[in-house]
Design a protein around this ligand. Structure first.
Ligand code: GTP
Ligand code: MG
Length: 315
């Protein structure tokens, strides 16, 4: 990859470099995509200096024009990771797509975490078997990652459970700033550790818990937006899928239809490429519905949670 020695940037000496690094901005790429205001806040470096550093970083990573032909070629490298359920794969046009962010939304117990756990096993499979042949980063904000469950899914798929666990890099995020720090670190961690899938479960939990009340909403949305755009950048830079989960919030003003809507408002809606809504169906089944996507039709699929992770459910 490109040169990631921060001290090679114009105006960055050893002291500045260590300030940036201790704020989690360990790569030139991360500096190029982080809003200058955020860099100034995190590092204590003056805003004007930050503007210069950010400009040097953007120049170094070559953020500029490409032709549509180049973009077309890049998109030919897109891969899809199978989820374990044929119905779900079909719903998503073959699986979870690289160079895109896929969001699973649903109430408690809808199966979001179970899909994350299943995917973190499936992504390790070779490409011919529907995987991405790589390692996984799992950002767990709720402490619901259960290694025993990975063990069980790997066994059911006849994989070596210890090896499978060894390929999942877990980051337990304790609050929203910790979560941001982890995201910044991904620019370095992903290419160095052959990461082919990044999961954030849940994207929004800490933000909702910490920024309570109308007066804090705009700051919350701004921070969330910055996070999401970095994750989107990671999907493109390293040709991998980012999968995030989101909760629902009740809308008391809605009299007809489902009163639950995705949390995170327009910021979440705009940043996520594909949005999938999960709900509980009858007899322990779950129903997934694509609610927003640039090219997937708004269909539904039925699945169930089993020892293999997630599997098809018959109507
Ligand atoms: P929240 O994180 O609370 O918002 O919910 P979630 O959408 O992440 O739900 P999750 O994926 O944790 O789904 C929980 C459901 O999965 C439970 O109600 C169980 O029915 C099912 N489940 C969890 N573990 C197992 C398991 O080991 N085997 C089977 N068969 N089902 C499981
Ligand atoms: Mg969960």
């Amino acid at each position: 990859m490109e040169n990631n020695d921060l001290a090679t940037l114009d105006g960055v000496g050893p002291a500045m470099s260590s300030k940036l690094k201790s704020a989690g901005l360990t790569t030139i790429e991360a500096i190029a995509v982080t809003p200058p205001k955020e860099i100034a806040e995190k590092t204590g470096i003056g805003f004007n200096t930050v503007l210069n550093i950010a400009a040097a970083a953007r120049k170094s990573v070559g953020v500029g024009f490409i032709t549509a032909e180049e973009l077309w070629k890049k998109r030919q490298n897109m891969l899809k990771c199978s989820i374990g359920s044929k119905n779900l794969n079909e719903l998503l046009g073959g699986g979870i797509e690289t160079q895109a962010m896929t969001e699973f939304i649903g109430e408690y117990g809808a199966g979001k975490t179970q899909i994350c756990l299943t995917l973190s096993v499936m992504a390790q499979l070779p490409v011919e078997k529907g995987g991405l042949n790589g390692n996984v980063v799992y950002v767990d904000t709720e402490g619901t990652f259960i290694p025993e469950r990975i063990f069980q899914i790997a066994n059911a798929l006849e994989l070596d459970p210890h090896e499978t666990l060894g390929h999942i890099f877990l980051a337990r995020a304790y609050n929203s700033s910790h979560q941001c720090l982890i995201t910044d670190h991904l620019f370095k961690f992903c290419p160095e550790n052959k990461i082919k899938l990044v999961i954030v479960d849940s994207m929004i939990g800490h933000f909702r818990g910490e920024y309570v009340g109308r007066e804090n909403l705009s700051e919350r949305q701004q921070k969330l937006n910055s996070q999401l755009h970095k994750l989107l950048r990671i999907t493109e830079a390293f040709n991998l899928p980012v999968m995030v989960t989101n909760q629902v919030q009740a809308n008391p003003a809605q009299f007809f239809g489902d009163p639950n809507r995705p949390a995170g408002g327009h910021v979440m809606a705009h940043a996520c490429t594909h949005r999938v809504f999960l709900r509980k169906g009858g007899k322990g089944t779950r129903i997934a519905r694509v609610i927003d996507s640039p090219y997937l039709p708004e269909n539904t699929a039925r699945f169930k949670i089993t020892e293999k992770g997630v599997e098809d459910a018959q109507e």
